[in-house]
Write a protein that binds this ligand. Structure first.
Ligand SMILES: [Zn+2]
Length: 251
């Protein structure tokens, strides 16, 4: 109840000037948004900034600007479907660059091989999202500006997938364990990417497993909606229904 009242209170006030300035200058998607979504975005951003813990790691200085940029892209995904503001997600940890994470792998003999690998971002079910600031900057303003990739969309959409069990009915080979239309459409598109049938605009990382596929498809849906629509109208429509948004109209 307390949280509900607090949200009501902070979203009832005009957005602070300094936040608005950052949205206008540093958040490219903000320029594309229709007016009604800008107003919604302001509300989502102030709640996320209030409720989530943004922390710089590995020597990265966490600034208000960085927090606002991350919160803004996270807010895009929940403009229409609030998802309780990413409910039990507590912390967003930001590293300067790709960070090295420990991995545990099983080889054919069932023995665990431990090692390390470099990652740009990660979603932990424990309520943590980890991001590399260098990747974010590169994708928003740098040489990967036109790549269709967006690490923030990617990691936050893992949260939504996990919360709603969106890809839970598909195994890594693309076989379905549920028969709903949603599962069928994603499984078919995932298989197409995995077995490389035809040309695709989707990043091949999406062939890793159905969860990665959903996040990669989300990136393309928001970053290059016309490409996704051109490639797979059913998948586009499915994401359009899920997010309640039609980014192809944002121009
Ligand atoms: Zn991922």
């Amino acid at each position: 109840m307390f949280r509900f009242l607090k949200r009501k209170w902070i979203t009832g006030r005009p957005i602070p000037e300094d936040l608005l300035r950052i949205l206008k200058r540093k958040v490219p998607v903000y320029q594309l948004l229709p007016e009604k979504y800008r107003a919604l975005l302001h509300k989502r951003v102030v709640v996320l900034l209030d409720e989530k813990h943004f922390e710089g790691c590995g020597g990265l200085e966490m600034t208000m600007e960085k927090s606002v940029i991350i919160a803004a892209y996270a807010a895009i995904l929940i403009l229409e479907e609030k998802a309780d503001y990413y409910g039990d997600l507590q912390s967003i940890l930001v590293y300067p660059d790709d960070y090295v994470a420990p991995v545990h792998q099983y080889n054919d003999g069932g023995i665990v091989e431990e090692g390390f690998e470099s990652r740009a971002g990660e979603y932990w079910q424990a309520g943590i999202i980890v991001l590399s600031w260098k990747d974010i900057e590169n994708q928003l303003y740098g040489e990967e500006r036109d790549s269709g990739q967006n690490l923030i969309y990617h990691e936050f959409s893992h949260f939504l997938d996990d919360r709603y069990g969106l890809t839970a009915g598909i195994d890594d080979d693309g076989d379905v364990m549920r028969d709903d239309e949603w599962t069928q459409i994603i499984a078919k598109a995932y298989k197409r990417l995995k077995f490389r049938r035809g040309h695709t605009f989707l990043d091949k990382y999406g062939a890793t497993n159905p969860a990665e596929f959903f996040s990669v498809a989300t990136e393309l849906f928001f970053q290059k909606p016309q490409k996704l629509l051109q490639e797979n109208k059913k998948l586009y429509t499915l994401l359009q229904n899920f997010y309640g948004l039609d980014p192809i109209r944002w121009k």
